[in-house]
Design a protein. Sequence first.
Length: 315
Amino acid sequence: MAREGGKPVRRNRARLLGQYGWFLERFRGRCDLAAAYYRRAVAAAPDDAVIRGRYAVFLETAVHDYDAAEAQYLAALALAPNRVPLLGDYAVFLEQVRGDMDAAERYYRRALEADPVHPNNLTNYATFLTEVRQEYERAESLYQRALEVAPLHRNALFKYALFLTDVKREYGDAAALYRVALSAYPGNAAIMANLVGVLFLAGRANEAGGMLRRALAHPALRRPGADAAECWFYQVVYGDAAERLPALSALRRLLGVGVRSPGFLLEPHVAAARAGRHPWAEWLGPLAAVLTDEVEIDVLDGWEAWAAARPDPVH
C-alpha cells in the first residue's frame, strides 16, 4: 500500500484534478477553471501521459491554442509512444488542424498497429480514407470492422451511416444504422436530424414526416444549432404548403445568428425538390449553400419568400 505522498497517490490526485477539469469543461462550460485544473494536474504529475493527452485535447478543442496542444501531444507521446488513444487523437489533430495528411496517416497506422480493433481509431481512419484519400473500399472495411468489435459504438454507427448516405447512396441501409444509433443514444440531435434526411431520400415520406415532427418538438432540437437548421431545411423542402413559410422563418432566425454546417450534403434534397416541382426550387440550392457556409447569406436577398420570412423585430 502506497504511503501518503508516494508516487501512486500523487498520480491519483493529479488524475482527479484532470477529471475535474474535464467535468468543468463539459458540464459547466467553465473553460477558464478547467484550464487551471488541467495545469495543476500536469504540474502534479508531469510524467503522466494520460493527463498530458487529455490536456492536449482540451487545448485543441476548447481553447484552440494549437501550438500549446501540439506541445502537450508530443510530450505525452515521448512518455508513452504506443498509447493507442493518444496516437489516434494526434492523428486527428494532424489531419484537421495542421492539414498534414501524410503525417496524420502515419499516426493512424501506428495507432492501428498498436491496437487493430480500437473502434474509434478504426472509424476515424475510415473517415480519413473516405474524405482525404477517396479509398472507399478500404474505408468501408474499417467501418465494418469497427462495428464488429463494438456494434453500438456511436462514432462508428454515425460515420458509417454518413458513408452509406453520401458515398454509396444506400439510404435504406443508412436509415437502419441511424435507428440502431438512436435506440442506443436516444435524444441525440445529430442522429435524429440525419435519420429524417435519409428517410426522405429513401422515399419513405410518411415515416420521414412523422420523424421530422417528433424531432422538431424534441428539446435537443429546440436549441439553436446545425442539427435544428438541418431539420427546418427539410421542412422547407418536404413540408406542406402551409408549413413552408414558418419553417423558412425558423431557419432564417438560425442562419441570422450564425448557425452554419459546413460539410452537410444537401444537394440530393435540392434535386428531389426540383424533380417534384417545388415552388421554391430555384432558391433551395442557394439556401442550402448558405447553410453549408459556401456562400454569403445576402445571396438570398432577391427571394420574395425569404423577405416574407423575416423574423418580427424585437421591441
